[in-house]
Design a protein around this ligand. Sequence first.
Ligand SMILES: Cc1cc2nc3c(=O)[nH]c(=O)nc-3n(C[C@H](O)[C@H](O)[C@H](O)COP(=O)(O)OP(=O)(O)OC[C@H]3O[C@@H](n4cnc5c(N)ncnc54)[C@H](O)[C@@H]3O)c2cc1C
Length: 407
Amino acid sequence: MTSPNSTLNAASAKAEQELRFDDTRTAFAHRSTSDLRRARWMFGLIGAPSLVSLGAKAIRLALAIRFPLDWALRPVFDYFCGGEDIQESLGTADSLSKYGVQTILDFSAEGQTGDGALEAAKAEILSTIKAAKGDSRFAFAVFKVSALSNNDLLEKVSCKAVLSPDEQVAWERVGERVATLCSTAVESGVPIMIDAEETWLQGAIDELAEAMMRQHNQDSCKVYTTAQLYRHDRLDYVRDLEQHARSEGWIAGVKLVRGAYMEKERERAADENRPSPIQPDKAATDRDFNAALDYALDHVDHLNIVCGSHNEASTLRLARGMQDRGIDHADPRIGFAQLLGMSDNLSFNLSAHGFRTAKYVPFGPLREAIPYLIRRAEENTSVGGQTSRELELIRTELRRRKAAASA
Ligand SMILES: Cc1cc2nc3c(=O)[nH]c(=O)nc-3n(C[C@H](O)[C@H](O)[C@H](O)COP(=O)(O)OP(=O)(O)OC[C@H]3O[C@@H](n4cnc5c(N)ncnc54)[C@H](O)[C@@H]3O)c2cc1C
């Protein structure tokens, strides 16, 4: 491990050089060699789709029959999650911040039901805001609306169904929870992001997120919504949002992502015999994602963005686009974010070049994080290429360290 001072000196020298993502020394400076060996083993396993699908089924079965699994999942959990609670995750925030990478504490409860669980989720997210207040290790707070509402209700609101009086009360409570989180974040000086979810829930989420942006983003951007560019309607949505913000005098904040629920979306559309909301192919998703980045670069006064992506070409496009337009690397209106344990080559090289970069750091009890870990493994397998990219970078760094040690 490098000392903080030599890290900072190296970083200022690095900021002058051309941005590249194959510098594994910078990418993995925060990881010990034994961490990397474990990661090589783990990404090797994740890379085999049949093993992931078999493993996911076995884990779900083991969970159902309460078979103890913690020992097997602990190394995977430790690589992708900050810890079992906020306190444990502070160690991760510390080690990231030594290299200029900030943390976004992600309490990843989803699909909750019952007022008790929804209030508990709200309290946990409030604790992440409290932890981030006045602490430069943290970039944003984040939450999923599905942690604060039962999904049936979000679905009904999204399709503009008539609500019963009880549902109307429940929906008002969801609005209050969202409003409390946003106003607490704003009062604490912590910008806050609202994740995007499945299309059948997203109409309700958009309604809430837009109201919060209108209320809080008058002078600067404090509340961010999320747009998934794998949807064929979302490039227009981002442009419309910017135009509304401009004409009404506020700032739209958007985390741009490609989207995490592609298979589920396609299956449901096919089951319901309606056209899929998802782009016809990856090239169309890439085209709209990059167009949204370009649009933001050209309208940054009323559209602030966080590029939530592990895609090297898009990340480089945004970084170069900023340079071409004379936008400072550290401009607060544009940020980059990746997930903990993924694409360290992007995060740490961006940060070494002075770009504002953060990691989503999920936390929670190991057992409750299992669906998140399975999704990570399945997503890595389904996107084809991401896992082999991670594995190749880890192998390169291990080879480099071995050569340096014997030189
Ligand atoms: C910081 C951060 C925050 C995130 N927040 C959210 C969120 O709030 N909501 C959410 O849904 N996701 C979120 N994601 C996940 C994200 O949407 C992607 O699933 C993930 O990042 C992979 O996309 P990519 O841009 O990194 O890279 P890539 O590997 O270039 O793209 C993979 C993505 O391309 C799309 N794709 C792949 N194949 C096809 C195809 N055949 N046709 C059309 N599209 C295709 C899919 O979206 C797939 O996930 C987040 C990711 C990060 C890093």
